[in-house]
Structures are given as structure tokens and as C-alpha cells.
Design a protein around this ligand. Structure first.
Ligand SMILES: NC(=O)c1ccc[n+]([C@@H]2O[C@H](COP(=O)([O-])OP(=O)(O)OC[C@H]3O[C@@H](n4cnc5c(N)ncnc54)[C@H](O)[C@@H]3O)[C@@H](O)[C@H]2O)c1
Length: 371
């Protein structure tokens, strides 16, 4: 198969779908790889590194889209990219379609087979291609939130760990999955007073064991969220209902009860956000204020640390990418976990949550592939 990787064009996105190390693996499997010149610049991998790994370098993204049977990316395709996709092509990347009607329409109209990293599953009920970016975003959320909490940046002016004789800041993490766990690890490491809220009691039990008494855990109810928000200096939004738009757990009304200058970090913004007042921001202008509360809502947080993120992402995507390249659509027929990643196929939506969120008729993936 001919596998292509264009340079990412989303604002301040420096990751790359294929590292030179991944290219070498595809080439070793007998595939040819075409890379847009400069695609790896953000992770310090120049064209020569890709050439040495066996790739062919082309000047433009258009050449990558025209020449490739499978496109491997990081972020969802932008409007200028949708129009270059076609029916006999596989797109393998993050999509986050549920809150994005325009992109969904673009992919449906293109006829492409779109496999979304974020809905591929594993035997343990996890999301193995989302997890590494969630680890990065979860850790980064605390760095970003701590910076936003500084007075000159509009925050309350409180140090997460306090100092001897002064209490630490309070951090509430809503959603104790991968993002929540890694946020809590960083916040605890910096000495903050941390509470994790989740609606899964087994998960709360697990977190209680992991942290061995260093965090408080709390079952998710409107009352619990309200109480934690009113006392917190920083709130991290980290909930997920796989494939679906994030539930709005913090209303605008609640903001008036919070401490002025408190910081909301909405990591779930890529699924529409879990605070009513969230709207996606970029690394160029990451925060804004609503009713005296600082909001940080960057939709591609891992893009800020592309060297860490691109390698962590490639570690996770390589196995399934090779399956797709080796077997084509048969890889989706053979593996139910990879098939769970199929969101769009030949103009039909094949993911239940996306179909429901956007009012499409859902096509059962196996039947859609057989048609
Ligand atoms: N902004 C970014 O750059 C970025 C990067 C990575 C991940 N994310 C997003 O972060 C979010 C979390 O990802 P994750 O990998 O941690 O997911 P996850 O599935 O590991 O964890 C989600 C947790 O949310 C909990 N949850 C669901 N509904 C809840 C509710 N009503 N109250 C409390 N908890 C609830 C679940 O029980 C689960 O433990 C996702 O939306 C993901 O797309 C964003």
C-alpha cells in the first residue's frame, strides 16, 4: 500500500502522523511511504531523517493526498483537506466528529473510509489510541492551569503547593479516567490538595488505592460538583462518554459561586467541553475570562509538547496502522477493536454516538464494510 503523511495545518499543531521510526516499520512491511516536506520539523525530524527511513519526500500536501491509499495524520482534517479525500482512500487520524457537524458532512461527502483513533478499543474496555494523548494532556493541564493561576495571567495568584505555613491550592478533577489520573498525579506531585470526582465507583476505588490516601475521591452528582467548584482554585474537566459530546457538568450559573480568578481547564473541549461556558481556544491565545473565571480550553493540548506527544502517539497507532496497510479494509473486518474505530465509510456514519449526536442514520460497521 502507499501510505502518506501530510504536514499538520491546525493552529500550532507541531505533531506528525508518522515519525521516521514508524516510516521504517511501514517500509519493512513492504509499503511505500510518501511524506510532505517539512512534516516532521516540529519534532526535530528533517526530510533527510525521513529519506533515511525509506520515505519519498514530496513538496505539497496535495501530492500526498493524490498519491496515497492511506493518509495517516494527527488532528482531524481541516476543510482544505476534506475536499482532497476520496472514496478509495483510508483516513487514519483523530476525528472527534460528534461535536463537529461540518467535518462530518465533509467526510461523508468525500466517501472516504475514516478510522478515528479515539474510538478504537482494547480488550480491557480502554481506548488505546486516545490514552497516550490523554496522559500528555492530563499532565499538561496542571502546568497550564498553574500558569493561568498566576496573578499576571488573570488568575487568583495562588501557588499550587503553597509553602510551609500557607495552605496549598485546591484542585478538583472531574472525570478520573486517563486524563484525570495524570492530572491528579501532577497536582499531587506539586503539593496541591486534590479531589477527583467520577461517576464510576469501581474507578474511584482504584484511584483511592493508587493514591494511597493522597487524594480525596467523590461520587459525581450535581451537588458534589457544585461544592467542589465553589471551593476549588483550579478545576480540570476530564470526563468522557466515548464518541459522544461531553456532558455540561458546570453551568454558567455555578461560576458566580466560584472564587474570583479560579481557573477552569477543560481538557474535554475536543468533545465539546464539559463546562457550559467553554469554547475552544488555541495555543496562540489559550485563555479567556467569563464572570471572573479564567478558562483554558485548548483543543489540541499535546501539540504544545510535540516531541513527547508524536512519539507517544506513534507508539500507540503503529500496530493498527500496519494492520490497515497490510490488509486494507479486511483489517477492519478481522479485528472488532479496530472496527470500533470506523466512523465513516463510503458516505455512511458507522459510529453510534456520532450518528446519534448529529442526527445521521447509523450503518452497522460490519454490514457497511460488506456492502
Ligand atoms: N484537549 C486535548 O488536547 C485532549 C487531549 C487528550 C484527551 N482529551 C479529552 O479528554 C477527555 C477525557 O479523556 P480520557 O482519556 O481521560 O477518558 P477516560 O474514558 O479515560 O475517562 C473519562 C472518565 O470520565 C468519567 N465520567 C463520565 N461521565 C462522568 C460524569 N458525569 N461525572 C464524572 N465523571 C464522569 C468516566 O467514568 C471516566 O472515568 C476526552 O474528552 C478526551 O477526548 C483532550
Amino acid at each position: 500500500m502507499r501510505v502518506g503523511c501530510p504536514k499538520e495545518i491546525k493552529n500550532h499543531e507541531y505533531r506528525v502522523g508518522l515519525t521516521p521510526g514508524s516510516v521504517r516499520e511501514y517500509v519493512a512491511h513492504g509499503h511505500s511511504v510518501v511524506i510532505e516536506s517539512g512534516a516532521g520539523a516540529g519534532i526535530g525530524a528533517d526530510d533527510n531523517a525521513y529519506r533515511a527511513a525509506g520515505a519519498q519526500i514530496v513538496k505539497t500536501a496535495a501530492e500526498v493526498f493524490t498519491q496515497s491509499d492511506m493518509i495517516v495524520k494527527v488532528k482531524e482534517p481541516q476543510p482544505s483537506e476534506w475536499v482532497q479525500l476520496r472514496e478509495d482512500q483510508i483516513l487514519y487520524t483523530y476525528l472527534h466528529l460528534a461535536p463537529d457537524a461540518a467535518q462530518t458532512k465533509g467526510l461523508v461527502e468525500s466517501g472516504v473510509t475514516a478510522v478515528a483513533y479515539e474510538t478504537v478499543t482494547d480488550d480491557r474496555g480502554g481506548l488505546p489510541l486516545l490514552a497516550p494523548m490523554s496522559e500528555v494532556a492530563g499532565r499538561l493541564a496542571i502546568q497550564a492551569g498553574a500558569t493561568a493561576l498566576q496573578k499576571a495571567n488573570g488568575g487568583r495568584g495562588i501557588l499550587l503547593g503553597g509553602v510551609p505555613g500557607v495552605l496549598p491550592a485546591k484542585v478538583a478533577v472531574i472525570g478520573g479516567g486517563v486524563v484525570g489520573l495524570h492530572s491528579a498525579k501532577m497536582a499531587v506531585g506539586l503539593g496541591a490538595d486534590v479531589t477527583i470526582i467520577d461517576r464510576s465507583i469501581p474507578r474511584l476505588r482504584q484511584l483511592d488505592d493508587i493514591f494511597n490516601g493522597r487524594v480525596h475521591t467523590r461520587y459525581s452528582t450535581v451537588e458534589a460538583i457544585e461544592e467542589e467548584c465553589f471551593s476549588a482554585d483550579m478545576i480540570v474537566g476530564a470526563v468522557l462518554i466515548p464518541g459522544a459530546a461531553a456532558p455540561k457538568l458546570v453551568s454558567r450559573e455555578m461560576l458566580s459561586g466560584m472564587k474570583p480568578g479560579a481557573v477552569l481547564v477543560d481538557v474535554a473541549i475536543d468533545q465539546g467541553g464539559c463546562f457550559e461556558t467553554s469554547k475552544a481556544t488555541t495555543h496562540a491565545d489559550p485563555t479567556y475570562e467569563v464572570d471572573g473565571i479564567v478558562h483554558y480550553c485548548v483543543a489540541n493540548m499535546p501539540g504544545a509538547v510535540p516531541i513527547t506527544s508524536a512519539h507517544a502517539l506513534n507508539n500507540a497507532t503503529l500496530y493498527y496502522g500496519l494492520q490497515l496497510a497490510d490488509k486494507g479494509l479486511k483489517a477492519l473486518v478481522d479485528d472488532p477493536h479496530l472496527r470500533n474505530g470506523l466512523n465513516v465509510h463510503k458516505g455512511r456514519i458507522t459510529n453510534h454516538a456520532v450518528a446519534e449526536a448529529l442526527g445521521y442514520e447509523m450503518a452497522e460497521p460490519k454490514a457497511a464494510l460488506a456492502a
